[in-house]
Design a protein around this ligand. Sequence first.
Ligand code: ATP
Length: 474
Amino acid sequence: MLLDLNNEKMQEQTNHIIEIKHVSKYFGDKVALDDINLYIKKGEFVTILGPSGCGKTTLLRLLAGFQTASEGVIYIDGKEITQTPPHKRPVNTVFQKYALFPHLNVYDNIAFGLKLKQTPKDVITRKVKQALRMVSMSDYEYRDVNSLSGGQQQRVAIARAIVNEPAVLLLDEPLAALDLKMRKDMQMELKEMHRTLGITFVYVTHDQEEALTLSDTIVVMSEGKIQQIGTPTAIYNEPVNSFVADFIGESNILNGTMVCDHRVKFANVEVECVDEGFGENAPVDVVLRPEDLYIFPLSDSAQFAGKVTSCIFKGVHYEMLVESDGYEFLVQNYHHFEVGSDVGLLIKPDDIHIMKKERICNTFEGKIVDENHVEFLGCGIECLPEQTQGMEPGTEVEVNVPFGSVILYDDEEDGALTGSVRFILYKGNHYHLTVASDWDEDVYVDTDDIWDKSDHVGIGFPPDSIRISRKKMN
Ligand code: ATP
């Protein structure tokens, strides 16, 4: 098991082979890793999972020694190795591209590291044969590596890494270049290899299914930060926020209101749940897994009455979209319901996952410019004079703008400032977007319009949506 910083004290007392403490990595202004704390136990299979650009490869490269941390310290096997060069660390790395020496045969590729260390010849032979057996390539010793398939080359790359008997094997998307069938086979082999070798595996992938299949522990990352650490079941069943819920498997994520303990309202219906302690009428995010929604011909027992708008066969189950009172639900079931049929939906209280909303509107620090303007996100923006009443120019203020009031423009020049769409969450009846503004602060937007990730947009704030209050002094 691997724990997060909240349990730092407890973690330090246990048997960790890797300790990453307050590690950050900057590339110029770009924060690739932001205060990472991670403790990995000996023999664990840990997967670092996240979308492209979240910093997972950078984290692995810091462990391998190909890059050094800008801040923080890393210990491997009890030794501080933050500045130690790669070849002096007790780790080996397997890359996505096999990186084999094309002029050497299979045996010599695997033996290369041992020869460098001037290991006796008979020991090399024994170890290479053993490594080849581990990756089921015993008959390929003298083959030219160029004549091997992608899967076979990756097996040789793994053999070359494990032959050195590292304490930790680092794997950077090692199966990404293989076709689906080969990838599934190799996943099983890797899991078996991990069990037999008993060494610690740190595995990087953006493929959530691969992470769920392989790992003892998954570390979900986004934007250089760890979002959640847990077992595959904990991550799947109890995501800590809407990013994790959306990233791990398919989900329905809806805005809701916790009416009181054990009662939540979403999609215009109030239902029973098991959660408590949110207070009365607290805004929440509600996560429903598509396989947890029961679907049946419409009857009185339905919590949600709806109509099927799409039905696709997915090999084992059907995936259906059901429209209910303006909200769309994704439902998976072994039975299929015709498009257009009236259906009922039902969800058990303990299958409703409720998460506290991280924010309920945009909040920016600002400064009064004059009666009709307030400066925030680096721009002077028009506001209504009643909002600035009694405030001198220069007064420091807090500016609030509801998500639904922010306007996005196709033409960047139409906005007060510009940004790019970083994250899109479908909330059943609208999209919730995270837009990275060029001022380097995120703006959150609720919209019915369809945008794509990485779209460059103009961002506008209608004057009547801007609420201004004096900045609270701490
Ligand atoms: P991918 O799956 O696409 O490889 P990743 O999650 O592994 O993504 P990283 O490669 O760790 O992400 O990159 C994290 C961030 O740091 C990205 O925004 C990337 O552009 C940036 N970055 C990484 N290496 C460098 C570098 N050498 N110079 C500048 N920026 C970098």
